[in-house]
Design a protein around this ligand. Structure first.
Ligand code: ZN
Length: 121
């Protein structure tokens, strides 16, 4: 292979890997937008719940959990979705993750450094 051929093939390899990188970055920023949206929804639900509880406690001096149940379930669902989205980001970044300890591990780690759970090879 001539010098020029080598150079152009290495340039196209670099371009390919840059293209892949920018796709990944785009994917990650989309996921981050989805996470932000859910975080905003959670804040809105917290606010609504707070107003409701405040209104109730001002007039009555108790509130039962069942009154807030639907809001609590909605918040929990959003929190679960955020966790899933965060895991997708870790996957794209190729960062290993222990779902039991909820910690990140080195890319080349096969077992969780904390609990020893297999996290992939
Ligand atoms: Zn672990």
């Amino acid at each position: 292979m001539s010098f020029i051929d080598k150079l152009s093939s290495s340039v196209s390899d670099t371009a390919k890997s840059l293209g892949k990188k920018s796709n990944e970055l785009m994917e990650i920023s989309k996921l981050n937008v989805s996470i932000r949206k859910r975080e905003e929804e959670i804040l809105k639900l917290f606010e609504e719940l707070g107003q409701y509880v405040y209104g109730r406690l001002k007039r009555l001096n108790y509130i039962s959990k069942s009154e807030a149940e639907a809001t609590i379930i909605a918040i929990e669902k959003l929190e679960e979705e955020i966790k899933t989205l965060e895991k997708l980001i870790l996957n794209i970044k190729k960062i290993k993750y222990c779902s039991d300890c909820e910690i990140e591990a080195d890319d080349d780690a096969r077992y969780c450094p904390t609990c020893g759970k297999y996290i992939g090879g």
